[in-house]
Design a protein around this ligand. Structure first.
Ligand code: HEM
Length: 128
């Protein structure tokens, strides 16, 4: 279905499935796992609340936690371009593994996330 916000088109159940799948991939990713907590329950809850508002649904993150200030909240974590790509790769894989999200909606969602992910990168690549 074409009309409405991405949130209307994707729906709360598919979004919750996506977020759960995403963090199970993050937990297994060698670049990402070291900077995330071992227990991802609260992280996933916050992300689901954030993405709900980000996609045009109710502003759950704002209501529960205040202004997200996402770039500032990510500053304590070392986020290199490699980690930015790994985050997006996990999200892309999670989107593709969620058949209730159509390909068109997945592409629109992913494009929006690539712009936010670029803003979270706060450290140049290390090493030689
Ligand atoms: C929190 C990493 C991109 C939204 C976090 C945390 C880490 C992290 C380590 C803290 C987890 C915790 O302690 O609970 C990354 C990396 C990214 C990235 C490596 C790669 C670019 C994004 C993007 C978004 C996002 C693109 C939004 C679309 C959030 C939210 C939280 C969070 C909402 C929870 C903030 C809070 O504690 O209230 N992220 N992130 N992140 N991230 Fe990211």
């Amino acid at each position: 279905t074409a009309g409405g916000t991405l949130y209307d088109r994707i729906g709360p159940e598919a979004l919750a499935d996506l977020v759960a799948r995403f963090y199970s991939l993050v937990a297994q990713d060698p670049d990402l796992a070291p900077i995330f907590p071992a227990d991802l329950t609260e992280t996933a809850e916050k992300q689901l609340a954030f993405l709900t508002g980000f996609l045009g649904g109710p502003p759950l993150y704002h209501e529960r936690y205040g202004h997200p200030r996402l770039r500032a909240r990510h500053m304590p974590h070392v986020i290199t371009p490699t980690r930015g790509r790994a985050w997006l790769a996990c999200m892309n894989a999670a989107l593709r593994a969620t058949p209730s999200i159509s390909q068109a909606n997945a592409q629109e969602f992913y494009a929006a996330l690539t712009r936010v992910a670029a803003q979270m990168v706060n450290t140049p690549e290390s090493g030689p």
